[in-house]
Design a protein around this ligand. Structure first.
Ligand SMILES: C[S@@+](CC[C@H](N)C(=O)[O-])C[C@H]1O[C@@H](n2cnc3c(N)ncnc32)[C@H](O)[C@@H]1O
Length: 288
């Protein structure tokens, strides 16, 4: 991908430490995220034979679940910019499913999709990283069939997502102050504001938009050691520690303390807050 790509900063991010971390922890992250992704998948009401695009598919767990849902007559394409995560995804394609499930290394905001190649668009936390989200959704719409539909799950605010906020706030005592940047900048919380999502989707060519809260507890780890290990590697704290690795020991101690009250019999559980978003391609929409 060329260095003047619109999403170059995110492409670099997901090909360096973040992508490698997600690739290494993909099974554990999938266990955490699957219940949230499943809620968005259910809302898509897939039919056997559907052709689906999985946007920001990462290590391909959701793509495989989609492929199972649409069966042998269906087709699933996962698109992502992260080579280390796509390497994991490609290795996970079961024998006999190679023609039904494919992965594409490309920027979903600018890739030239074949017209009406998909009946449905799906994403599990993969649509919040576009530099120009309205342009990205317009581009995705160009690949969607006339009666096509979309469903995705995205995070609400950091404050509502204790599973990320608790370790991050504990770690901040020993890290440089976090920049208070533009809340809509590309990143996990860029779609926290439901009104912004609606505006982006209207500009992107969608109608019949539904944005519903979906809350659940996330199992950060099966025990405290695993939960601390995860908290130090993923989410906002993981990103900060990749920049300041010398603080790992001190931060690890305060994060352990902060997570201790959340230990339950079945693991370390903290609240997660998401939006499940569904919409249909607007019949009047024309590629611009
Ligand atoms: C939070 S991860 C989610 C991965 C996966 N969907 C999952 O749930 O495990 C976000 C994903 O979006 C991908 N991504 C970010 N910007 C993208 C873009 N412009 N086009 C395609 N994928 C993108 C990243 O590489 C990363 O794999």
């Amino acid at each position: 991908m060329s260095s003047d790509a619109p999403n170059q900063a995110q492409i670099d991010y997901w090909n360096a430490g973040a992508g490698e971390t997600w690739a290494a922890l993909n099974d554990r992250l999938d266990r955490q995220l699957a219940p949230l992704g499943d809620a968005a998948m259910e809302a898509l009401a897939l039919q056997p034979g559907d052709r689906v695009l999985d946007v920001g598919c990462g290590c391909g767990h959701s793509s495989l679940a989609l492929a199972r849902a649409v069966g042998g007559t269906g087709q699933v394409t996962g698109i992502d910019v992260s080579r280390p995560m796509l390497d994991v995804a490609r290795r996970r394609v079961p024998e006999g499913m190679e023609s039904q499930l494919e992965f594409l290394e490309a920027d979903a905001q600018s890739y030239s999709f074949e017209t009406e190649a998909f009946d449905a668009l799906y994403s599990r936390f993969g649509v919040m990283f576009f530099a120009d989200p309205a342009a990205a959704f317009r581009n995705l719409t160009s690949g969607l069939a006339l009666r096509g539909r979309l469903s995705f799950v995205c995070w609400r605010s950091l404050a509502e997502n204790a599973w990320m906020a608790v370790p991050r706030n504990a770690g901040l005592q020993h890290l440089p102050p976090a920049a208070s940047g533009d809340p809509s900048a590309p990143g996990p919380f860029a779609f926290a504001d439901a009104r912004r999502i609606e505006a982006i989707l209207v500009q992107g060519g969608y109608t019949n938009i539904s944005i519903s809260p979906f809350d659940t507890d996330i199992v950060l780890g099966r025990d405290l050691d695993e939960a601390v290990g995860m908290a130090l590697k993923v989410g906002p704290l993981g990103a900060m520690l990749r920049e300041t690795p010398q603080q790992l020991g001190t931060v690890s101690r305060v994060v352990r303390e902060a997570l201790t009250p959340y230990v339950r019999r079945d693991g370390v559980l903290l609240p997660a807050a998401t939006w499940i978003v569904t919409a249909n391609r607007a019949s009047a929409w024309e590629p611009g």
